[in-house]
Design a protein. Structure first.
Length: 415
């Protein structure tokens, strides 16, 4: 309990509508509120971090006793942050409702904050915004024609930079098209009988930013070749609960969902082949290795192994698997992965050529060697591979922005 003594003042003017008033304590509390200023600030922070129900649970643990709507009202009452026109502007689309309604999110690339959200993806909206906010020097964007046109008319003196995330994403779509055309080579049984895994054989990737054993550093590998499309800073202003972070190049298609048991399936299959078929024993072995798996996960996978004949041929890799192999960094592959993709590339010279193009583009992207882009496009065009040639020639329509994205450090994410 806080006992606070305040002074009460009386106005000597007879015509004053307020004849008496109390001394205010602005640093402690505002008039007619049920929360102190300090508690109100604490609730604002909880609401901004966790929003409604999750924030209410944390507030209860902290002894605040605030409900979810109280937290939401605190967040909604906050004033909109003031911003200045960013020197480096990120432009990307933003799904209000995926597949149906899209808008445009504008971000400050230098400090990774949302600047504004435009209601559509039309060029006119971007032109109007750029005219109202002069001073943008660099525009990092995806390769949509509307954004290129809007940047050209709204800020003609600004340098346009193609976002590297979208460049790698487009490359992944082209590789998937090429793999789909040559899917007959994937259906042939593997000569070595190895299980399909996930990538290409070792290649001549640049060894800069590497550790003492020649592998790319964790930072470079995380930024360039993660198997998941990591969040981009341009998405920081999406609907509540969305993320803001770094952009990571990845294949143009979403890889199959990786379960918690997936990294341990090869071990279970090997132990099962050795004669250890007890689910309880195998589960204990994984727990001893600190594996985040449950008994039900192990039992379900062992059940599938028991229903498959021992001499059954391995399943051929899918188009999506091959796409993942060719667009993933070689150091992220296991020995079985390398053997599987080596078999595929040995049977299909076209896919082997496509893998070489991907390696070369990866070197250009990771080394910021944009000057080599025209020669790479010419080599891809000469190969006449399905999907790859059209994708490479499409880069010529936006060559200046693409070359800038492969040369400069600016990008919508932090890669």
């Amino acid at each position: 309990m806080i006992r606070l003594t305040g002074r009460r003042f009386i106005c000597g003017s007879a015509d004053c509508p307020r004849q008496t008033f109390a001394e205010p304590f602005s640093r402690l509390a505002a008039p007619h509120v049920r929360f102190t200023t300090r508690l109100n600030h604490a609730l604002e922070r909880v609401g901004l971090a966790l929003a409604g129900r999750a924030g209410a649970r944390l507030a209860a643990q902290l002894g605040f006793g605030a409900g979810r709507m109280t937290l939401i009202r605190r967040v909604m009452a906050l004033p909109d942050p003031l911003f200045s026109t960013p020197r480096v502007l990120g432009v990307d689309d933003f799904a209000i409702r995926r597949g149906q309604t899209y808008s445009t999110v504008l971000t400050s690339v230098e400090d990774h904050r949302v600047v504004d959200v435009l209601p559509t993806r039309e060029a006119g909206r971007l032109v109007a915004w750029l005219i109202r906010h002069p001073g943008v020097e660099i525009i990092c964007r995806d390769r949509a024609g509307a954004y290129a046109e809007g940047a050209r008319h709204g800020a003609p003196d600004a340098l346009q930079v193609a976002d590297r995330f979208h460049l790698w994403q487009g490359l992944g779509r082209a590789v998937e098209t090429c793999a789909a055309v040559h899917r007959d080579f994937l259906r042939n049984p593997s000569p070595s009988g190895t299980l399909p895994g996930t990538t290409r054989p070792d290649s001549g990737w640049p060894q800069s930013d590497s550790d003492p054993v020649g592998r790319p550093s964790a930072r470079r590998q995380h930024m360039l070749w993660s198997t998941r499309c990591l969040p981009k800073a341009t998405h920081a202003g999406r609907s509540p609960g969305t993320w803001a972070g770094a952009s990571t190049p990845c294949s143009g298609t979403r890889p199959p969902h990786a379960g918690r048991l997936d990294p341990y399936k090869p071990y279970l299959e090997r132990r099962f082949a050795e004669g250890c078929t007890s689910v309880t024993h195998l589960h204990r072995e994984l727990l001893a290795d600190s594996a985040p798996v449950t008994y039900q996960m192990v039992r379900a996978h062992i059940t599938t192994l028991r229903t498959v004949p021992g001499d059954a041929p391995p399943q051929p890799p899918t188009v999506r698997q091959v796409t993942g192999w060719l667009t993933r960094h070689p150091t992220a592959l296991t020995d079985d992965d390398r053997a599987a993709v080596k078999n595929v590339l040995a049977r299909c010279p076209e896919l082997d050529t496509a893998a070489g193009h991907v390696r070369d583009f990866g070197e250009i992207l990771s080394g910021r060697l944009g000057a080599r882009l025209p020669a790479w496009i010419e080599a891809v065009d000469a190969s006449q591979l399905p999907g790859r040639t059209g994708s490479a020639l499409h880069l010529l329509r936006d060559l200046d922005a693409v070359a800038a994205g492969l040369t400069l450090d600016w990008s919508s994410g932090s890669i």
